[in-house]
Design a protein around this ligand. Structure first.
Ligand code: ADP
Ligand code: MG
Length: 714
């Protein structure tokens, strides 16, 4: 099907869309300023009575609950602010276990007689909501007869107004829990894990001589990849509509092999979209830093600046939504699926992670002074220990049906978790572990009694794009996340497992220093033992290579290739122990998560398999038969035989898929494995037969937009 001429229509549409493009005004009128749509600390200071403002800030700092009077005063100021911004409704936004964002809108206005309406919004409505949430999956935590859950205001993530052409909406970030207090969302465990890490790090810092820091924050800076395609193609592809990825599509003559897209000039329509979505994000207080073309044609990346994990995670949800919404104004659709196109690089999300104190120091920043470096080595060793011990859990935190096409496909890190330290830092750790250095290692490292440690390499130096978990100068970059994923769980895992490792190392440190050993000396000994025991997780070579897969197996590292295998790690003994001992997630809460996620996998696999069947049977097969009739009409016997064979293959594969798609009457993990091994495998066979037909069937019979159209028309 040739649709190229239609492109002009959408291009004309967007270029005449003066409203959106005209809105890009670099002089920043007040309403477009950074954070203009956020009930930020600035707005709070301006609008709250002085004592209320102070009370709110001190409650936020100490993490204590906010009393009813303060809540009423905040609600009233927030409402006035939102009404001035044109809001008619408010909503508690939360992240249920499906990983999406949920909201239910309530009007501010209540009838007040004589045809009038009053705007009401109390502290109680701000603090707590009761969405009728009986349809959110809870993995058995909440039986349907007690279907109520409640949302609770998270004052640490600022409220904001969301603009719509027909009004605005006050959005209040909330947590979602059952009445029995169990977490039914992604935010609660993330907040708990931030507390856990802070507690552990503050204790360790005290041992290391820092008694000033009161709180340690974990930070996250995501880098988000996505595709843009013309919306017309999207609507002509039932697979994109139902599953987010193309279930069919032959390899185009030109793919990404020329590498001519990466960091290339950004097409005008795409740039207009980027500028507009960045304006939206700026108003929402999301600090966007970088944008560029990615490796695959039609693929782009956006990277906001890092923030604390909770706000960063909420902002990431908002960023994905803004990209999707803004694209539509330009006749584009933003695809956040991990693998929208077979044979073309998929999309991931890099999760830059670090820990910083309330006094402003980054614990993963090698410092200028020997004392700073002692801190750095201690916390860095804790991360290495945590990642080695919980490699399976970390892998599970990045599991998703879309990810099964990426991890291990030589475009993204493999399913094997390992750490890249950079050669300089690895040398330092190796020298500490062995007590022997090469000529490049500063001699004083080898002298454990020395209190004068040399400066460490400030910047990681070399980079390794193939590593799933890389040290990049002052943070670790967890690169295995999928593009559509919420940041909440991967960061919950990181915070919890690192808290556990910090506590473990701090305990060992304390044992040594209380025996009278010098702190720096004790740290070096602790680091030495920990690194020696965990260094198998460190790997500086090519993660894509066959040799690494073999070596990783020898090292005893896990290689969990698919989501059902990876998710089991959530319920491993070590995972449960870590989550429970920091009260981040109870065993029951973990089981409920596992149940929901495994079911999501099976449901989505089933949708893919049924969509594959339906497209092949009702769109592709008829096109192939039409083509066959045409050939027969022309009396081309040899060609007819050839096409006939391809059609027979398709029909054969379809029959097998139909059998696999019959309700298997399985549940949970068994169902997920069945969907993976039967339904998805048979779907792939159908695709292979169909893609061969795409290469021979007359273009004007072919019912689906082709890869070259979707990828190259901008
Ligand atoms: P690089 O030179 O490694 O690309 P950048 O400073 O440009 O480093 O950061 C790359 C990404 O890392 C950005 O998305 C940024 O937000 C994030 N980042 C930087 N510092 C931190 C930090 N301390 N914690 C979390 N993320 C960070
Ligand atoms: Mg990156």
């Amino acid at each position: 099907m040739t649709r190229i001429r239609q492109q002009n229509v959408t291009a004309a549409q967007w270029s005449s869309n003066g409203g959106a493009i005209g809105a890009i005004d670099l002089t920043l009128p007040e309403n477009d300023a950074f954070g203009a749509n956020v009930f930020s600390i600035v707005a709070q200071r301006e609008r709250l009575p002085g004592d209320v403002f102070e009370k709110l800030q001190s409650a936020l700092e100490s993490g204590e609950a906010i009393d009813a009077d303060t809540a009423d005063a905040v609600a009233s100021a927030m409402k006035d602010w939102a009404l001035e911004k044109g809001a008619t409704h408010f909503t508690h936004v939360f992240q249920p276990l499906t990983g999406s964002t949920a909201e239910k809108h309530d009007s501010f206005f209540e009838p007040a007689g004589e045809g009038k309406a009053l705007a009401g919004f109390s502290g109680k409505e701000l603090i707590q909501g009761e969405p009728d949430a009986s349809s959110f999956p809870t993995g058995g935590v909440r039986a349907t007869f007690e279907a109520r859950g409640y949302t609770a205001w998270d004052p640490t993530s600022p409220a904001f107004v969301l603009e719509n052409p027909n009004g605005t909406l006050l959005c209040i970030p909330t947590a979602f829990a059952s009445w029995t207090g169990e977490a039914l969302d992604a935010k609660i465990p993330l907040l708990r894990s931030m507390d856990a890490l802070s507690g552990a790090a503050i204790k360790a810092l005290a041992l290391l001589g820092d008694t000033e820091s009161k709180r340690v924050f974990t930070t996250v800076g995501p880098e988000q990849e996505y595709f843009l395609i013309d919306e017309q193609y999207f609507f002509e592809r039932p697979d994109l509509i139902s599953t987010g990825r193309t279930l069919f599509g032959a390899k185009p003559p030109k793919g990404q092999e020329l590498d001519d897209h990466y960091f290339g000039t950004i097409p005008e329509r795409v740039l207009a979209f980027m500028m507009d979505s960045e304006l939206e994000m700026r108003k929402l207080g999301i600090p966007v830093k970088t944008r560029h073309n990615e490796v695959a044609p039609g693929q782009y990346e956006i990277a906001p600046m890092f923030e604390n994990s909770n706000v960063g995670s909420d902002h990431q949800q908002l960023l994905m939504r803004t990209l999707e919404n803004t694209a539509r104004r330009y006749g584009l659709v933003c695809l956040l699926h991990e693998k929208p196109f077979a044979g073309i690089n998929g999309s991931g999300k890099h999760n830059n992670w670090s820990m910083g104190t309330d006094t402003g120091s980054n614990l993963l920043e090698p410092g200028d002074t020997p004392a700073d470096n002692v801190h750095f080595l201690f916390f860095c060793a804790a991360v290495i220990q945590a990642v080695n011990k919980h490699q399976g859990l970390l892998r599970a935190s990045a599991a998703d049906i879309g990810q099964d096409h990426r991890l291990g496909a030589n475009e993204a890190p493999p399913a094997i978790i390992s750490i890249f330290l950079g050669s300089e830092l690895e040398k330092v750790f190796d020298a500490i572990a062995s007590g022997e250095g090469d000529p490049h290692t500063p001699a004083s490292f080898l002298d454990l009694g020395a209190t004068v440690l040399p400066p460490l390499p400030k910047h990681g130096g070399d980079r390794n794009r193939t590593s799933p978990f890389a040290f990049t100068g002052n943070k670790f970059e967890f690169r295995a996340l999928g593009s559509s994923m919420s940041l909440a769980f991967p960061n919950t895992v990181l915070n919890t497992i690192v808290a556990e490792a910090i506590d473990d190392l701090a305990g060992k440190l304390e044992a040594k220093t209380s025996g009278g050993m010098d702190v720096a000396e004790a740290v070096i000994e602790v680091v030495k033992d920990s690194y020696s025991a965990n260094k198998r997780i460190c790997f500086g070579g090519d993660n894509y290579s066959e040799e690494w897969h073999a070596e990783a197996e020898q090292r005893g590292l896990k290689n969990l290739r698919t989501t059902p295998d990876a998710l089991l790690e959530v319920l491993a003994d070590d995972s449960i122990a870590a989550f429970e001992s920091y009260s981040v997630l109870s065993k029951r809460e973990l089981e409920s998560r596992f149940e929901v996620w495994i079911e999501q996998y099976a449901l989505r696999a089933n949708i893919e398999a049924e969509t594959t069947f339906s497209i092949a049977k009702t769109m592709i097969l008829p096109a192939a038969l039409r083509h066959l009739a045409l050939i027969n009409e022309a009396g081309m016997a040899a060609m007819a035989t050839e096409v006939r064979e391809l059609v027979d293959n398709l029909v054969g594969a379809l029959n097998q898929l139909e059998a696999a798609n019959a309700d298997p009457d399985l549940e949970g993990l068994d169902w997920a494995k069945f969907a993976r091994d039967e339904q998805l495998t048979k779907s792939l066979a159908v695709r292979e037969a169909a893609d061969k037909l795409e290469k021979v069937v007359a273009d004007d019979f072919w019912p689906l937009p082709k890869y070259e159209e979707m990828l190259f028309i901008k």
